[in-house]
Design a protein around this ligand. Structure first.
Ligand code: ARG
Length: 467
């Protein structure tokens, strides 16, 4: 394939070619070749529209479309030669088209600019990323629901400040992550609504005098409508910023889950065991099982948050409309797309495989006087004490238990009676961890029945495509 230099693309205005450094700083082909499918789809839709509108002949449009199909096949087969001298994906494709079909190729760029072209390609790519994320979140949610259902009754300590607070169910804990993932998914859907406008036809920045049909290309490319303002169209990268924001929040959720897996799989906690498939060993310490996948999921916000800050910083203060600064929008977004997809797949796999040590969780749930609130609630409910006074009495019970090395449920009745003589045998039924979680039936509370009904509500909602 002949190597056209960039300046041939802009005709007779330039006497010499670019400096080697200029070529290096200017070229984006090494990364924007990832947009080839979108670029070709956009060019086909444009050529067909130009033919339909009589701006080019139908025969030329036909030749262009066929040439573009061949280029796509070449790229997919790995036989296409990408050239840095041709700067980016748009000019690489166009130059090859000229080789394949001759002068008709030169008509493709009528009523179009690389500015609306790149806005289109990138937007379509981000749309695909949002859709894939939405789908992968669905699989993650399924895995969490399966675990929640299996562990609706599994008691574990609930933590605040990473100190044992009150007993909860592991099923309820899984459902907390379902809530986060469902919000992440609905953020994808919200963003997709705003993204659903086609940039093609804004041309360089001002629109065009040719009688193009932007509604036709918008429809062909799967958009609800064309964008309304040509200046905004070629300057706008909000869709990418939104993707990175959504990705950063989602990655943050995954990192919290990953952190819990890391902590919970230590011998000190022993709440869960990661499958061999998601663990590594140590080359020197044979006893070790390292949660590498969880640690890497925990680390991903480093690069994803970095990508968000990077693009916000690139866009900040840019005057309208297109500036070459905006070429710096892609690599970070591509990296964020891939990093998040991998993190989500790993999180889903780890949750699916996770072995839960029900006994260790239950044992830990009773530590640290986790049912103290249940005792205070008993004093309020059965004896009519104001909550503040009940809190005080319970504090004394905890201190008595602590000084004799006992759990609350091990305190003899006469000791409890010394705090308030009206305390009866019935108190022991609230001091166990099972009774504690069973009693938390308030809407959104941790009771096993709540967990089961929430799981079935979610399943129903997900099968009808809700949330
Ligand atoms: N490679 C460029 C980018 O990614 C395409 C748009 C170039 N437009 C221009 N007028 N130089 O932003």
């Amino acid at each position: 394939m002949s190597q056209k230099t960039s300046n041939e693309m802009w005709g007779g205005r330039f006497a010499s070619g670019p400096d080697a450094i200029m070529e290096e700083i200017n070229a984006s082909i090494d990364f924007d070749k990832r947009l080839y499918r979108e670029d070709i789809a956009g060019s086909k839709a444009h050529a067909e529209m130009l033919g339909r509108q009589g701006i080019i002949t139908v025969e030329d449009a036909q030749k262009i479309v066929e040439g573009l199909s061949q280029i796509e096949a070449e790229i997919e087969a790995g036989t296409f030669t990408f050239s840095r001298q041709l700067e980016d994906i748009h000019m690489n494709v166009e130059a090859r088209l000229a080789e394949l079909i001759g002068p008709a190729a030169g008509r493709l760029h009528t009523a179009r600019s690389r500015n609306d072209q790149v806005a289109l390609d990138f937007r379509m790519h981000v749309r695909g990323a949002f859709e894939a994320l939405e789908q992968k979140l669905g699989e993650f949610i399924e895995a969490l629901l399966d675990k929640a259902e299996a562990h609706a009754e599994t008691v574990m300590p609930g933590f605040t400040h990473l100190q044992v607070a009150q007993p909860v169910t592991y099923g309820h804990h899984c459902l907390a992550y379902v809530e986060m993932a469902v919000r992440d998914r609905s953020r994808c859907r919200d963003a997709l609504k705003r993204l659903d406008e086609c940039p093609l036809g804004a041309a360089a920045l001002a629109g065009t005098g040719f009688a193009i049909d932007r509604h036709m290309t918008a429809k062909a490319l799967g958009f609800a409508t064309p964008t309304r303002n040509s200046l905004d169209t070629v300057s706008d990268r909000d869709f990418a910023l939104e993707f990175l924001s959504v990705a950063a929040i989602c990655a943050t959720h995954l990192s919290r889950l990953a952190e819990e897996i890391v902590i919970w799989s230590t011998p000190q906690f022993g709440f869960v065991k990661l499958s061999d498939a998601f663990s590594t060993g140590s080359s020197i310490m044979p006893q070790k099982r390292n949660p590498d996948a969880a640690e890497l999921v925990r680390a991903k916000p480093g690069r994803i948050n970095g990508a968000l800050i990077s693009l916000l910083t690139v866009m900040k203060g840019l005057p309208l409309t297109y500036s070459k600064d905006m070429q710096e929008d892609k690599e970070q977004v591509f990296d964020a797309i891939d990093s998040l997809a991998l993190a989500l797949a790993a999180a889903t796999g780890m949750i699916r495989d996770l072995e839960v040590n029900v006994d260790a969780m239950r044992k830990a749930a009773g530590h640290g006087y986790s049912t103290a609130t249940d005792l205070a609630d008993y004093l309020v409910r059965e004896l009519g004490l104001p909550f503040r006074e009940a809190h005080h009495v319970t504090g004394r019970a905890v201190s008595l238990a602590e000084s004799s090395g006992l759990g609350l449920e091990d305190l003899p009745l006469d000791v409890l009676k010394s705090l308030d003589s009206r305390i009866g045998e019935g108190v022991y039924s609230v001091l166990g961890v099972d009774a504690s979680v069973r009693s938390r039936t308030s809407f959104g509370g941790t009771a096993p029945d709540n967990v089961r009904s929430q799981v079935s509500d979610w399943r129903q909602c997900l099968t009808v495509g809700g949330n």
